[in-house]
Design a protein around this ligand. Structure first.
Ligand SMILES: NC(=O)c1ccc[n+]([C@@H]2O[C@H](COP(=O)([O-])OP(=O)(O)OC[C@H]3O[C@@H](n4cnc5c(N)ncnc54)[C@H](OP(=O)(O)O)[C@@H]3O)[C@@H](O)[C@H]2O)c1
Length: 302
């Protein structure tokens, strides 16, 4: 079994690579950097995700799975017009390169799992949204729509799944570690009204779900990678305060987040009550279904 992970050097790619190597897979990470020697995450190959293909494309010959996680980070800084272009183009061009490589592969990989995000649905208040709902119209929704559209060109070539990932909970990486400092100082709390929903998934579940999709021939099309019970930001903060034994009453004013992060504030100040209906219908059994134990487990607190 060989799995090729594009953007496998990042948070989710490394977690997935580690688990697959442990399970006996041969794992190849496609990276823009000079490829280092083999490690406990498999080996790396250098690629240029510019919409075309190169020698790296041979890594896909006969692969069991190709997982597409490559793209400019959306977090950490205000979105300028140039950064927004990079966020979109990096995903579209990386996906286009992979689709070309899948077309050239002999034999074709058995499944292409292409990244997407719950941002696909846009800001939806407390409306329950599943994989069949229409996309939103804001910037991140348009990125996800274009990203998925690019991957759709692989459908005549192989099985394609679009993984609409929510907030992935991990102790060391992703958004959760960045939320912790205010709580340590007793100043943690909801963002704005706290009524916005945050669809979350514990990192072990995210990894297990990708492995489930690889092994499940019926797993194709859009799949929400989110736990079955999304919570409001207020309830998320309350659960986090409880796990950390810290108060969670200090609201972060929405204007402060918007002043600091500009349009990027959409990610935390808005949300969607996304439910993984198709993922559950396919038979995936989540290990972590409620947020407090999931946070406890992600933070290594028992
Ligand atoms: N983490 C989450 O909670 C979450 C939630 C929803 C969706 N997602 C999506 O899932 C994917 C993986 O997430 P992650 O947290 O693992 O991201 P990450 O840590 O930022 O890793 C993404 C990888 O993409 C590659 N990359 C960065 N800029 C690029 C560019 N301009 N062109 C091509 N490749 C580039 C990098 O690999 P090299 O430098 O080695 O090339 C990087 O390691 C992302 O697309 C993200 O938007 C993540």
């Amino acid at each position: 079994m060989r799995t090729v992970i594009a953007g496998g050097s990042g948070f989710l790619g490394r977690a997935l690579a580690r688990a697959l190597v442990t399970a006996g897979h041969d794992v190849v990470t496609l990276t823009r950097r000079a490829a280092a020697g083999p490690s406990s995450n498999g080996r790396a190959a250098t690629w240029a995700p510019d919409g075309g293909i190169g020698d790296w494309a041979r890594e896909l010959d006969g692969a069991t799975a190709v997982v597409n996680l490559a793209g400019e980070s959306i977090a950490g800084r205000r979105w300028s017009a140039a950064h927004k272009r990079q966020i979109l183009e990096s995903r579209v061009l990386a996906t286009r390169s992979l689709v070309h490589a899948i077309g050239a592969a002999a034999p074709a990989p058995q499944v292409f799992i292409s990244g997407s995000a719950v941002g696909y649905y846009g800001a939806r208040g407390d409306e329950v949204v599943t994989e069949v709902n229409a996309p939103g119209t804001d910037f991140l929704a348009r990125v996800c729509v274009d990203w998925e559209a690019e991957a759709r060109a692989a459908e005549p070539l192989t099985r394609v799944a679009y993984l609409r990932t929510g907030l992935v909970l991990d102790r060391n990486e992703g958004a959760l570690p960045q939320m912790l400092p205010p709580f340590w100082f007793g100043a943690g709390g909801p963002v704005g009204s706290g009524r916005q929903y945050w669809p979350w998934i514990q990192v072990e579940d995210w990894v297990d779900l990708v492995r489930f999709i690889i092994q499940t021939p019926a797993a194709a099309g859009a799949l929400n990678a989110t736990a079955p019970a999304p919570v409001t930001n207020k309830d998320f903060s309350k659960a986090l305060g409880k796990v950390l034994h810290r108060p969670a009453f200090a609201p972060v004013p929405e204007f402060a987040v918007r002043t600091l992060y500009g349009q990027m504030a959409e990610i935390v100040a808005e949300g969607q009550r996304a439910v993984p209906r198709r993922t559950l219908d396919l038979g995936y059994a989540f290990n972590h279904t409620s947020v407090e134990p999931a946070l406890r487990s992600a933070l290594g607190k028992g």
